[in-house]
Design a binder for this molecule. Sequence first.
Ligand SMILES: O=P(O)(O)OC[C@H]1O[C@H](O)[C@H](O)[C@@H](O)[C@@H]1O
Length: 573
Amino acid sequence: MTYQETYQVWKDALTGTEYEAELALTAKSTETLQDSFYKEMEFGTAGMRGIIGMGTNRMNIFTVKRATQALANNILAHGDPTAGVAIAYDTRKNSDLFARETAGVLCANGISVFMYDTPHSVPQLSFTILELKTTAGVVITASHNPPEYNGYKVYGDDGGQCPVADSDRITQYISQIDDIFHIESMPLDEAERKGLLTYIGKDLDEIYFKKVEALCIHPEIIKQQADKLNIIYTPLHGTGNIPVRRVLKDLGVDNLHVVPGQEHPDPAFPTVKAPNPEERQCFDLAIELANQKDANLILATDPDSDRLGVAIRNTEHEFVILTGNQIGCLLMDYVLSQKQKTFSGDEFVVKSIVTSDMVDVIAKHYGVELRSVFTGFKFIAEQIKLSERTGKGKFIFGFEESYGYLQGAFVRDKDAVQAAMMIAEAACWYHSLGRTLYEALIDIYEKYGWFEELVVSKTLYGKEGIEKIQNAVRLLRDKYPEKIGDFHVIAVRDYLKQERFDMSTGKAEPIDMEQSNVLYFELDGGRFIIRPSGTEPKLKSYLSAFSMDRQQAEYQLDQLKVSAVNLIDKLTE
Ligand SMILES: O=P(O)(O)OC[C@H]1O[C@H](O)[C@H](O)[C@@H](O)[C@@H]1O
């Protein structure tokens, strides 16, 4: 069917209903109409995510109900329907509505639902799945995307993001549903009466808070030092506000100032361009407050509170916004150094292949195994599950450069509540030694080497944008460049072809990993990795330059940045 024909089907079905006016909005421009109807929403790195509105390629009650019916079919055929499904939602537009629609469809299929009735974070939902032993979980959130987006994240019974096999089957079930407008749903009061729907009480929050607090390695140091530090926190209008403040308060962090204009939920996220701690602009109000309060540490969590951003003062007393790699390396080095004495030799840490190579050096330094996985926290969760199943390995820490960190395996996704606590603890620890977090960061660079890193992304919207992104990676794959700027390419790891190609010998060796559309260029003095994002319309490239000399590494990264930007522009012309 063409997009115009699909639109006509929706028009026929929705004329005379409360959705008619919203549907008419999509027809206002050809571009919007095409983008809304040219395809079905897909399950990517982290489920389904898209712009809110009418259409097959939009987040609306029809696409949500269809995804839920497909999830129900998958649970009925391959899961444990009696164990039920846990549901949470964030502070975005329609998140609560979509959560209720999800509950209604699951209950209509006879599947029990345990649902939060106030906004909750992603890590709390992951924890809930494990705590209540449900067969799956759903969170309505578009994480750090701009306000016009929402999403539908599915979790498996291990509390991790839905495994690929399940999302493939869900996609398959979605394609078998012909009539998106008549999916059966049970009114929630009826579901409650029948015992199919249970609202989750505050007791689970309390268990989660206690578990996070128990991860604190030196609670006594926090108690001693916290009043000497002034910390600013912004939940960026999201779900972090309650758990982050509660955990820090319980541990004795009383000097926590919350950015007033960003404290309360607001689906329009009016104070930021996008509520993403990767964006520097998110820190503007927090830095203003930090300067008023003479604070030295800023914490920022995204709307579903799985990502944490951090800003610290440098030796010139100016704020430096840390990258995800810097935060992760600081945390990992802190956790490993403090726990080292307890290690028995089977400990492991996990990172994604696009995350800093400094992790490899830190892991080696402390004698722990490093496991590398593809982008997506589900792959980190998979390693935890594997270690539990085989009894091999003890998970200590996992992180992704995309601002996601995890220490306690009672959660199987990135947890900004844990991470906020860990950073506050590390700040207190270093303060007790007369060091700032900034000095601790410089120390680790001097110890392990200067890994200078940068993510260069290009956002390309719509059908044409997606094609350009795919095409850019294809072009690079068709003919590997011998040089990227002035950097010689030593080898290319093509994770789609599952081989590493040595440029000097012309020989390829197999890579023992699943397939993924990622190209990894090993450079003389650095690396360049490129892949289409699985969650946003972006072509993402990860640049890294390494030297034991700071200026040399910084210079090389600058050079690499210029070449990468040129290359990406050329590939997406
Ligand atoms: O690079 P992308 O495919 O957009 O993924 C970036 C990140 O998106 C989400 O936050 C996922 O939960 C992460 O696990 C992933 O690393």
